[in-house]
Design a protein around this ligand. Structure first.
Ligand code: KE4
Length: 419
């Protein structure tokens, strides 16, 4: 496969951007090759600077659930562009998008639009602290919630101590209020509440983890989190940046029938444009400025172009409810092919990860036991054969409505023939 142009572009990019990229995972560091530079995408295909076309299972890390360049989204964005790109003022589209979001996630009684998942989660955590008057938060090892300082942590020794930063540039004090539990391990959460009664503002969780590879919640785990937070006056914050509108039109909270106090959304809700959102119970969100004293703001929050893309995407999802069962069937076929090839597979709806380990992966430790070198070889085998999957073991494959049966079949054949 000729990737000469991408390699040239990469060399030049490194003169301008750290590692030549604007987000680390794009650097292909863990799969041992220089990154592709993409020039165009349509449906379930992307094309790189050398003219190579791939069946795309990254889907821009989730936003492209309809496939790339969906006509309805493109026309909505083009139409809005003619009216101006940004006003820094209120516009009716914000109301329409917020009302569509709330119609599918009624737990989000009040909603604030922002520009990235990181911003959504960071702001929701601040709202939780402002509302409860408590400082501590609990997150789970292996879950990723964006790059705000207090969430760039790894478990302290034995998990019961304050966390330690897992990024340079984050002062130790910024993570002292972040406690880390083990995903799918209720005892680790019980222990933190026992040690810090009445001090925990919220528990933040990916309702289906997808940043250590896909690790679904064990039966009862989310219900347990709902109960223990209610018992202790803490809030439950669902980070649905990936699962929102992905697992169903009502997100993970719709699939499992759990009402969180706060939700963060991203990716699909912006339809491929920089838009995310957080929201929750009215009395919590009424703490947010200008109503309340929790400050949060953004020049491009609720940007008209991003709102147009997000709204067009959600309206398409509403028009085609059958899409979710079709996504489930397509992804189940990919999972079956991977299991036939001897891989460990975790799947939740149209999210999937293959692991190269003998043991079932149900938590961070299990994910870390997988052979990342074997994953890199698998990634490159698929890429050389025209299939672009996540360039990291600890990410997810995303399937879109645009993935044709022929392309799913072709991918399954490739996976099955991978020995
Ligand atoms: P952004 O700031 O990247 O829009 O969203 C942060 C975020 C928050 N919560 C969850 C559950 C997320 O998965 C993310 C971001 N996801 C990664 C991929 N796992 C984005 C890709 C990247 O970092 O380049």
């Amino acid at each position: 496969m000729n990737t000469t142009q991408s390699e040239k572009l990469y060399q030049t990019a490194m003169e301008y951007m750290p590692g030549g990229v604007n987000s680390p995972v794009r650097a292909f560091g863990s799969v041992g090759r220089s990154p592709l530079f993409i020039t165009s995408a349509s449906g379930d295909r992307i094309t790189d600077a050398d003219g190579n076309t791939y069946i795309d299972y990254v889907c821009s890390w989730g936003p492209d659930i309809l496939g790339h360049a969906h006509p309805s989204v493109i026309s909505a964005v083009k139409a809005q562009c003619e009216n101006g790109l940004t006003f820094g003022a209120c516009h009716a589209g914000e109301i329409e998008l917020a009302s569509v979001i709330r119609s599918h996630m009624p737990s989000m009684e009040l909603i604030r639009l922002v520009s990235s998942g990181t911003e959504a989660v960071m702001s929701a955590v601040r709202a939780a602290r402002g509302y409860t008057g408590r400082d501590l938060i609990v997150k789970f090892e292996g879950c990723y919630h964006g790059h705000s300082d207090g969430l760039l942590v790894k478990g302290g020794s034995g998990l019961l101590t304050g966390s330690i930063p897992n990024s340079a540039g984050v002062p130790r004090g910024f993570t002292d209020c972040t406690l880390v539990a083990a995903y799918n391990d209720p005892d680790s959460v019980e222990a933190l509440f026992a040690q810090h009664p009445d001090e925990i503002a919220c528990v933040i969780v990916e309702p289906c983890a997808a940043n250590m590879g896909v690790v679904p919640p064990k039966p009862g785990f989310l219900e347990f989190l709902r109960e223990i937070t209610q018992q202790h006056g803490a809030l439950l914050l669902f980070d649905e940046v990936i699962t929102g509108f992905r697992l169903g039109i009502g997100g993970a909270q719709g699939v499992w029938g759990i009402t969180p106090d706060l939700t963060a959304l991203g990716k699909i809700v912006g339809g491929g444009m920089p838009l995310a959102a957080y929201g929750g119970r009215r009395e919590i969100m009424e703490c947010v400025a200008p109503l309340g004293s929790v400050y949060q703001a953004g020049t491009l929050s609720g940007n008209p172009i991003a709102v147009a893309a997000g709204l067009a995407t959600l309206l398409e999802l509403e028009k085609h409810p059958e899409l979710y069962s079709e996504l489930d069937t397509k992804t189940a076929r990919l999972a079956d092919a991977a299991r036939t090839a001897g891989m460990q597979v975790n799947r939740c709806g149209s999210l999937m990860t293959v692991f190269f380990t003998d043991a079932e992966v149900t938590d961070h430790a299990g994910a870390m036991s997988s052979d990342t070198g074997a994953y890199a070889a698998y990634f490159n085998y698929l890429l050389e054969n025209g299939v672009y999957t996540a360039p990291s073991q600890f990410e997810a494959m995303f399937v879109s409505a645009a993935h044709t049966d022929a392309d799913i079949d072709r991918t399954c054949d490739l996976i099955r023939s991978y020995a």
